[in-house]
Write a protein of this length. Structure first.
Length: 128
């Protein structure tokens, strides 16, 4: 099995387990709205970069990341129990602002479409 296939399998497994654990099993209710957006595993399978997004703008990114850092020992223990990996990767959480950027692009596109639509309504028709 090549390293890239193994990396993808481990990343997929970590994504599934972390999505469940972060959303449902951590003691901090503010973390229940955290969404794991992707997981990338290093070639040696010793570290995993976990991208997360939070749907509640009331919690600062810094506070969110601090709470997730505090949960890493629990998460790694659970991964060891549930996944049966020889080596449990070190977890590195990073905030993923892609959903917010995508929503902003959608909003801008909607505004442009609306402006174009209103511009067509105001344009004079030929032959009038």
């Amino acid at each position: 099995m090549s390293a890239s296939i193994r990396q993808e399998r481990v990343a997929g497994l970590l994504y599934e387990e972390l999505s469940i654990m972060v959303a449902n099993e951590l003691d901090d209710p503010r973390l229940s709205m955290v969404e794991v957006t992707s997981v990338a595993v290093s070639k040696d399978l010793r570290s995993a970069r976990v991208l997360v997004h939070h749907r509640d703008d009331d919690i600062s990114r810094q506070a969110l990341m601090k709470r997730l850092q505090g949960a890493i020992p629990y998460l790694r223990r659970q991964i060891a129990i549930r996944c049966g990996l020889r080596v449990v990767p070190e977890l590195v959480f990073q905030y993923d602002d892609t959903p917010a950027r995508a929503a902003r692009v959608d909003e801008l596109l909607r505004q442009i479409a609306e402006q174009r639509h209103h511009g067509e309504d105001a344009a004079p028709t030929e032959g009038a």
